[in-house]
Design a protein around this ligand. Structure first.
Ligand SMILES: Cc1cc2nc3c(=O)[nH]c(=O)nc-3n(C[C@H](O)[C@H](O)[C@H](O)COP(=O)(O)OP(=O)(O)OC[C@H]3O[C@@H](n4cnc5c(N)ncnc54)[C@H](O)[C@@H]3O)c2cc1C
Ligand code: FES
Length: 268
């Protein structure tokens, strides 16, 4: 979705996100700024329809108005010449890693990107990632594209062959946890972009609280990127499950109202 937002475009950097408030009665949700077009004053977001807020966004048509967006938020990714860097992402995390891979390559890095999804149909932005990277590897759980298996298996093989200075990782929590284990086992630095639940995104409500190296941080103002080796992924996962029942009820209610609009997400 391309959004006209000249105030955001001016300052947005790779790794940052916006809070999107789809309509007056909806929740506000964090979404990564995937691309920006300074000339036209637009930013692009790419989102997976998983619950009520993303379903509401998905009902919008070209030319419609979003209630409001807030951003850019969070610390930008530290882009510099690391030498050799890996960008690894799963599912919709590929949308979040794309601007990072692009910026790293522009900064002179050799960028190996490893992307994966459950199947070929769910693998997004392959061509864009190919362009943004020096080399691209693909994995799908069912083997319908690239290697059959997980991105972490590809990563393991690459780290055994070559030395990399830094890994940037975005994806589902179990994937980030496993990727971090592989990085640690191979003495490679890793930064993970965390997808905590958020409410205000200004560091006041505490919803996005996480533990990193035994200390408390807020993903919205201190992140979203952290040193993967220090993140308490189990706590992140358990805090992410806090509102599952409410999310389910909310989506059921939403479906009752919008049942004829033919854009309702399929829940797994
Ligand atoms: C900094 C940041 C950047 C993000 N960027 C993107 C992006 O570019 N594209 C994108 O599709 N999503 C992104 N997300 C995740 C996105 O914010 C959630 O998917 C969204 O809030 C879900 O809202 P909902 O009301 O539609 O679903 P909910 O009803 O809130 O949730 C539905 C289901 O999705 C799961 N879920 C909820 N929130 C998250 C989350 N934060 N991460 C993972 N699973 C979640 C729930 O456990 C539940 O199973 C980002 C999250 C953060 C913190
Ligand atoms: S979302 Fe409220 S403190 Fe981060």
């Amino acid at each position: 979705m391309e959004i006209e937002a000249p105030h955001v475009v001016k300052n947005a950097k790779p790794g940052q996100f916006i809070m999107v408030h789809p309509d007056e009665t909806s929740e506000r949700i964090p979404l990564t700024i995937c691309e920006r077009d300074v000339k036209n004053g637009t930013i692009t977001i790419i989102f997976q329809v998983v619950g009520t807020a993303t379903s509401r966004l998905n009902l919008l048509n070209a030319g419609d108005t979003i209630q409001n967006i807030l951003g850019p938020l969070g610390h930008p990714t530290e882009i510099k010449n690391y030498g050799r860097a890996i960008c690894i992402a799963g599912g919709v995390g590929i949308a979040e890693i794309l601007p990072v891979a692009k910026a790293l390559k522009e900064a002179g890095n050799f960028v190996l990107s490893i992307i994966g999804a459950r199947d070929k149909g769910l693998l997004i932005l392959k061509d864009e990632m190919e362009k943004a990277s020096s080399r691209l590897l693909v994995a799908t759980d069912d083997g319908s594209l690239g290697r059959k298996g997980f991105v972490t298996e590809l990563l393991y093989g690459e780290l055994k062959k070559d030395k990399y200075e830094m890994i940037f990782c975005v994806g589902p929590i179990p994937m980030m946890k496993k990727t971090t284990e592989v990085a640690k086992a191979n003495n490679t630095n890793i930064k993970v972009s965390l997808n905590s639940n958020m409410v205000d995104a200004t560091g006041m409500c505490g919803t996005c609280r996480i533990s990193v190296g035994g200390k408390t941080y807020f993903t919205c103002v201190d992140g979203p990127e952290f040193d993967g080796a220090l993140v308490d992924f189990d706590e992140l996962a358990s805090r992410g499950r806090r509102f599952v029942e409410e999310e389910k009820i909310s989506l059921e209610e939403f479906k009752k109202i919008h049942v004829c609009k033919n854009k309702i997400p399929k829940k797994e």
